[in-house]
Structure formats: structure tokens, C-alpha cells
Design a protein around this ligand. Sequence first.
Ligand SMILES: *[C@@H]1O[C@H](CO)[C@@H](O)[C@H](O)[C@H]1NC(C)=O
Ligand SMILES: *[C@@H]1O[C@H](CO)[C@@H](O)[C@H](O)[C@H]1NC(C)=O
Length: 476
Amino acid sequence: MWTSFLPLALLAPFADALLRFPCSQLVTQRFDPLVTPGQVSPHIHQIIGGIMANPHLRSATIECVGAFYFIARSQLFTLWHRFNLSMDPSLDLSSLATCTTCRFKEDNSNYWTAVMFFKHPNGSYIRVPQIANAATGAPNGGMTVYYIQPQSGERVTAFRKGFRMIVGNPMLRTRTVDPNSAQGRALTFRCWGAQGANDPQAQSAPGTGPLDTIELPNRACAGGIRSNTFFPSCWDGVNLDTPDHSSHVAYPLGTVPAAGLFFNPGACPSTHPVRLPLLFMETVWDTRPFNSMWPTDGSQPFVFSMGDPTGYGHHGDYVFGWEGDSLQRAMDTCTDIGGNPPSCRALTVLSDADINRCTQSVQVNERTTGYLPALPGCNPIQPGPAQATMPASCDAVSTTGGIGGSVPTPPPAPGTTQVPPAPGTTLAPPPPPPAPTQPPAPQAPAVPKWGQCGGIGWTGGTTCVAGSTCQRQNDW
Ligand SMILES: *[C@@H]1O[C@H](CO)[C@@H](O)[C@H](O)[C@H]1NC(C)=O
Ligand SMILES: *[C@@H]1O[C@H](CO)[C@@H](O)[C@H](O)[C@H]1NC(C)=O
């Protein structure tokens, strides 16, 4: 099956092979705890990987929680998803995860990228569905993740607890690096022909073939578009993260060979001497349903969620979350040339049903599906070539209805009109809610987060502090 990705001739140089596995989609919403901790992020990401049970879960019955429900194995859990708005790096996230959308049970990492939208000729936007990659089983969307050993056979050092990094820059709208450098080949797109991954032209390694471009393809792709996202594979050996989330890692030196980054023999620079597994992600966008609606002026109609119609702003984020030393063990012992998951005895393989059952509900109170008048958040289309800028003011939802946020603003009362803010001004606070017709009954003090707020025989307060809501755990 691997031959549908890379010809065997190309694989021959591999010394220690790789892991290749699907992770289904966990959630798609405006979250980005690396770049905008504690806030709703400017644009939508699709997130894959691990999820975490609420570490604050008490035996108390009905609690004020800023969380959401997740149903797994017939039990109702209130989860405090570890992909929350802050992600404390000191926690051992892997030990707190209750499920993962990745094929290996040990992998509770999170991976995320921007999502693609189709801009209809009438100006509306709709999300481009994601489909499973070839030979990955039947994950629900998501991505294919690779951890690749260097061609040299040099031993890799697995990422550590607390490690995180970002590749790419969502504000870019033009090429800024040498396309033959490793960095210049890190983020590419493959325009699939009608046979998808089986197309004879699609047999080259990612980022190298005649179907691959650094910008979004300028033609309708009969089989869809695959994003290829390579992370830097050299580490400074010291910092688990840096303020820009990227200067603790670097690309190998030298010019990338024709066979691409998979087979890059480049050495790590002296500033970043520690060789990491080459982390690589593929995302398959099912652009096929939109090909018949291609604009008559020939312009390509796909945009990323940050208002990027070029593809240069494509980016990927990684937060390590493998259990214990499982990734290191896998890198040391799993040598299947195609990275086929069952061949890696060091790890536990989950079924498609297992990974597809692990999902999170959207917490940002906005619509992101169906035809939309604009991209969610404040993401006007900025075609460049200048770097994109953040709009000075923005009336998009900036809090969640649950975690860490305030209760969503109620819709305006019928008959009132809302005056749009003048550009550059900040939003006035929302109008106060209409006065209740009955005077409110005297209220018990608001129940703090994680406090009990109901249950059989409960006589205490039932109103939660702002930012949390009363949710049922059980009746007692
Ligand atoms: C995020 O999750 C951690 C546990 O992983 C928790 O300690 C923290 O309070 C949460 N913060 C927010 C803002 O959700
Ligand atoms: C654009 O077309 C789509 C698909 O027919 C439709 O759902 C959407 O409402 C249209 N938008 C506008 C602004 O007419």
C-alpha cells in the first residue's frame, strides 16, 4: 500500500523508517492556545489528538463547570479538554487524556492547522470538507501524521513533555524563503488528479512532484488538494518552547534534494544540534464538489481561515503529548518502511471506531458550517503580497460560552437596530437586557466554578458565577 505514496526505489535509502498514522478530527473552532492563550483565536483551526478529563472533577453531583459534555462508552463525562485556552506546560497532559483521535493510544499530542473555505462566486463562504488520506483506514477527516527518521540513520531524540512548536506564519502572503531550502519546501500543496493518491503523477515524495506547489494550486484539482506540512527537525536541546514558538527549532542545513524533505541528508546546525523526528502532516481537502463552481474569471476560489487566498500563510502547530517514553521507544524499534501502525509493537493501535468516537463540541458561540457571509472571526481576504494585518476592530465573538469566557451576548431585542461601529472604534458594551417583568426572587450567592449547584435534596445556590454554567454529572 505504501507504494501508492512513494515508489520503493525512493524508500530504499531509509535507514530507520517512520511512523505513519491517521488522527481523526477532534474539533474545528477558533482556538489556538499557543498563539492566543486565554482567548478565542483570530481564525479557525482544525484540531486533532488527545482530550483530557476534568482534573477538577469531584464526586459532587451537579457542578458549575465551564466545560462541556462528552459521551464515551455509555458514560457521561464532563471533560475539561486539555486543548483548553491555556494549556499549562507543566502538566503531564498525556496522563490526563481520556481519549485521543490518533491511531496510537499513547499519542495524546495535539496538532492543528488552519482550515480551507470555498468562496462562492456570490461572495458566501463554506468550509471545504476533509476526507481520509489513502491507506489510513476510515478516520473522520483529520490529518495523517508522520514521525520520520533521518535518512542518515542518526538516532533521533523524541520530543519531551512540554514541547511545542509552530511552523509557518499565518500573515504571509508571498514567498519569503529560498524554495530549495528545507524551509522553502516545508509547506506545499499537492493538486491531485482524478485518481487522487493513485495518480501516476502523485508518486513522488510530498513537496517534490509535478503536482506540488508552494502556493495554492491555480487550477481545479480533479481529485482534491492535499496540504503537506513539515516541521523543523533540529532542536536547541534546551527550550521546550520560545515566545515565537519556533526559534528553539531549525531546519537542517543545505539544499533539499529532488526527492524532498523525507530524504533530506542535511545536518542540523550547530545552534540546534539535537535531531528530532521529522514531524510531517498531510491534510486532504475535498475540493471536488466546488470544481463546477470555479469562477469564470479563472481566479482560484479557495481561501484559508485567516483570509489567505495564496496558501503562503499555511501553518501548523504541535503540542507534544505522548505517554512517557513511548515515542522514543517507537522511534528506536519501529522500522517498518511504510510506517504501518500494526507493525509497531511498541505502541497500542486504536480502531477507527475508537478514534472517531473521541470528539469535542465547539465552545465558541458562532456558526462555522454551511454558507457564511464572511470567514469566522475577522479575516477579510488579504491577497498580499504585503503581509496581512489584523483588522483594528472586530465585532466577532471573542469569548466562549463556557471555558474561561463570559456568557454570550444575548441577541438584540426584536425591533431594536444595531448601529455597526465606525472603523477604528471599539465596540460599545452590549445594551442591557430588558428588565424582567417579575422582580427576581432573592438569590443565594453565585456558586463558584466546580461548586455544587443542584442534585436530589440540594438546597444551596443554583446560579453559577459568570463564565460557568450548572451541568449535571449525576443525581446525587
Ligand atoms: C486548562 O486546563 C488545565 C488543565 O490541563 C487547567 O489547570 C486550567 O485551569 C485550564 N485553564 C483554562 C483557562 O481553561
Ligand atoms: C450563495 O450561494 C449559495 C449556494 O447556492 C447559497 O447557499 C448562499 O446563500 C448564496 N449567498 C448569497 C449571498 O446569495
